[in-house]
Design a protein around this ligand. Sequence first.
Ligand code: SAM
Length: 271
Amino acid sequence: MTLKERGGAGRFRPAKRSLGQNFLTDPNIARKIVDALDIRPGDNVLEIGPGRGALTRHILDRQPGRLVLLEKDDDLAAALRALAPSIELVAGDAMEFPWRSIDPGDGWKIVGNLPYNIASPLIWDIVSLAAFSAAVFMVQLEVGQRLRAASGGKDYGALSVWVQSHARVELLFKVPPQVFQPQPKVTSAVMRFFLQPRPPEPNAAKALGSTLRLCFQQRRKQLATILKSKGIVDPEGLLLGLGIQPSQRPETLEPERFQALSNRLQNQFGS
Ligand code: SAM
């Protein structure tokens, strides 16, 4: 039962396009998404953008410890609160949530059918700041392909390197537009993330972010040329020392090589 079913048809205001509201209407797909998170009784769960509660109901069925809902649309808050007295509702913007407060000791699992307009920057922040035990997000298929892209392809870019440096990424299944109301123009994909055992430390992550910005702003240029433009002395020697060919282009460099390169450049960027 979704909130709409509990409250009766017509209870909700129309979906807000500005908040990326495409509500999932297929309970089987909602269950499949929540199943992918493997919630055990007592696990703490944070849901981003619960909307009308399509996923929330299935989360509640699994008897989580704490269930925190993070929803920007105040109009949905009252109906969400009515779902279960134990729900903790945070009425706010996920882009401003203090992701560092997600404590590894508390075993948080994070889930959300994310608004398309913020999915990429939000996942960028979450994988690098929140110590979650598993996360499952529905995103636009095109974003999903970038998230899990391997080096060398057209989908591979800063988002792929950053996210894969912090987390193992899986594309679990695709979801067609017909199961949403209103229907989006694009196909969606359900992605799962587990943090890497040794993600970059904060300073190394900062350096990685700077290196990715530098390199992917000029993705068609050779790496030696890019480093030279930054005033690096002997870029060829620096790259060869890391096992990277000076003529390689950024999109051919695997995440581990980007991490090695950014560690090497760390001081020179002043980050
Ligand atoms: N989970 C629901 C479902 O599957 O039917 C709704 C998904 S809908 C694609 C995205 C939800 O995120 C909406 O409820 C929207 O109001 C909410 N939202 C949009 N921007 C947000 C933000 N910056 N922070 C938190 N929630 C946001």
